[in-house]
Design a protein around this ligand. Structure first.
Ligand SMILES: Cc1ncc(COP(=O)(O)O)c(C=O)c1O
Length: 388
């Protein structure tokens, strides 16, 4: 089936965070929403059909996991990421951010240190601080084009007596880095030597641009896998975040039992639609994903050409994966609040302003390009008008 991603769907009035929460989040309901990681596209037709069919059944009792839930995800990961996982290593979680919080609660204690790499997806910071743990920021290095890991600093942070966990964003949001096997090896080696647990959030791992390859950090060796909890979800890949279904992969029996215990302690369950959509998407969504990635890549090239020709003071950091572009506005020398004002009041666009990603995010903004080209073009024209 050929999908038409140019089609604009009316999302206002659907209780959409992206479209209906602009007033509460940005103070203006009429901004053009190019923020939160949620696509303006319908998921694979088979997913919609399976959810509609289930909804029409009309009885919404307590759910059981679809029989194929675990094998569908294991087969997908084995095929797409060349990591041979067993279905029994999979544990359902109702969202990756929830999983990160549960992991922090179970595998560290208040006051312990958690390594993160700023600028980074903002719940990485809040999940550490909300649980009274301490952020150990292994700040990413930026040479104006590409982000890299500061391995010397990583070693120092890992050696700190309070360091317990490494919360890893792979691929990295918002820098869009897809880490190389060599980088992964070096980070894992440091973690193993200092006995840190690796928590690898690989939610964006299916959204990779041509020329790059995602490697699950746990796939490098069984020793690394034994010290790693990997978080996945079909929600970014197939645009299903409102169905709140994700999972973790844990090869260590001991860590998996502890994780299950904490999930039960937090009384977390599943709903009837999320696991069903998960199973359908992993079994039938491959062709849709190939088509949507082509469209997103074309949107990236469109955006890159736009800025190069129309507004060269804004630099687009070349994405290796994800549908989130990291834009460098630093040549304007604006404070974080002045950049925010200009984007909101003059460009009339809602982007994720860079300072929310922590240290190193000031002067940047994150643009979501998983939308019809007409919406993207409108947003870019508005940004040009405000900044030219
Ligand atoms: C790196 C990363 N992890 C997790 C999430 C959110 O996952 P969930 O909706 O399953 O909590 C996002 C969403 O943007 C993300 O970028």
């Amino acid at each position: 089936m050929k999908y038409d991603f140019d089609q604009v769907h009316e999302r206002r009035g659907t209780s959409s965070l992206k479209w209906d929460a602009l007033e509460s989040r940005y103070g203006d309901k009429d901004l053009l929403p190019l923020w939160v990681a949620d696509m303006d596209f319908k998921p694979p037709a088979e997913v919609v059909e399976s959810v509609v069919k289930r909804a029409q059944h009309g009885i919404y009792g307590y759910p059981a996991m679809p029989g194929d839930y675990f094998a569908a995800a294991a087969d997908w990961i084995t095929k797409h990421h060349l990591w041979q996982i067993k279905p029994e290593w999979i544990v359902h979680t109702p969202g990756v951010v929830i999983a990160l919080n549960v992991i922090i609660q179970r595998f560290s204690a208040p006051g312990d240190g958690v390594i993160i790499q700023e600028p980074v997806y903002y719940p990485f910071m809040s999940s550490v601080t909300n649980n009274e743990r301490k952020i150990l920021n292994n700040q990413l290095l930026f040479d104006g084009k590409k982000y890299r890991v500061d391995f010397d600093d990583f070693e120092k942070k890992a050696a700190a007596p309070e360091a317990k966990l490494f919360l890893f964003c792979s691929p990295h949001n918002p820098s869009s880095r897809v880490w190389t096997a060599d980088e992964l090896n070096r980070m894992a080696d440091i973690c193993l030597r200092h006995n840190l647990l690796i928590v690898s959030d690989e939610i964006h791992s299916d959204l990779i641009f041509p020329g790059f390859r995602h490697t699950p950090i746990a796939s490098i060796s069984p020793q690394i896998a034994e010290r790693t909890i990997t978080c996945y979800a079909p929600s970014k890949t197939f645009n299903l975040p409102g169905l709140e279904s994700s999972f973790v992969v844990i090869s260590s029996d001991e860590l998996r039992a502890a994780m299950k215990k904490q999930i039960t302690a937090n009384a977390l369950g599943a709903n009837i639609f999320g696991p069903l959509a998960h199973t359908t998407a992993y079994r039938h969504g491959e062709d849709w994903l190939a088509q949507v990635m082509k469209y997103i890549e074309a949107n990236y090239l469109f955006t890159k050409t736009f800025f190069e020709n129309e507004l060269p003071s804004v630099k687009v950091i070349e994405p290796e994966g994800t549908y989130l572009l990291w834009l460098d506005f630093r040549s304007y020398n604006l404070s974080a609040s002045a950049l925010r004002q200009k984007l909101r009041k003059e460009a009339r666009c809602a982007l994720n302003e860079g300072d929310m990603f922590g240290s190193g995010g000031e002067g940047f903004a994150r643009l979501n390009i998983a939308c019809p080209r007409s919406i993207l073009a409108l947003g870019l024209a508005r940004i040009k008008e405000a900044f030219a």
